[in-house]
Design a protein around this ligand. Sequence first.
Ligand SMILES: Cc1cc2nc3c(=O)[nH]c(=O)nc-3n(C[C@H](O)[C@H](O)[C@H](O)COP(=O)(O)O)c2cc1C
Length: 192
Amino acid sequence: MNVVAFNGSPRKDGNTAYLLNKVLEPIRAAGIATEIVQVGGTNVRGCRACYTCKELQNKRCIIDTDIVNTCLEKMIAADAIILGSPTYFADVASEMKALIDRAGFVSHTNGGLFKRKVGAAVVAVRRGGATNVLDSINKLFLISEMIVPGSTYWNFGIGLEKEAVSKDEEGLQNMANLGETIAWLMKKIKEA
Ligand SMILES: Cc1cc2nc3c(=O)[nH]c(=O)nc-3n(C[C@H](O)[C@H](O)[C@H](O)COP(=O)(O)O)c2cc1C
């Protein structure tokens, strides 16, 4: 079993990365392989609406000049997908939006590549708009027939400067609880 997490923040070692690692800690402790893929700050472009993915049915996006096809391969191979984003004007960062649109559309036009995988959203926020970011990410999971576990609060951590979320104790505990639930759920699904 394996979990792949995507960091949509251009700050590679910022708050989103910190939170993703907190979620992954109990997953690793449960013996499940994990990986974090850096998407934020890369030169990723949006969907062209060319529908070539629908025509070719090859589980790929026709745009092959950025990281999205690599992300797609990792998503298809994973048992659980975690999408992490900072809050930018109360929504996901642009790079995460491009990944959602293109990977989500390839999945959709190729028969549902993410069906029954576990999906979790993780959000860094300074003050407001985080629940909308969660909603944007969860919409991809829910339209993809994925299974979305909850935690003890909504999955965001609060902070402005890099690693400021390390002071948000409740946020960090929520991430740890989320990680434990993801690991538990993955094992139950495997047994089913
Ligand atoms: C372009 C931009 C827009 C932002 N918009 C918001 C916002 O709408 N609400 C908010 O609370 N914080 C906002 N922030 C602050 C970030 O969400 C916050 O600093 C977050 O912790 C950054 O995560 P990171 O370190 O992973 O990049 C914004 C930051 C930037 C650079």
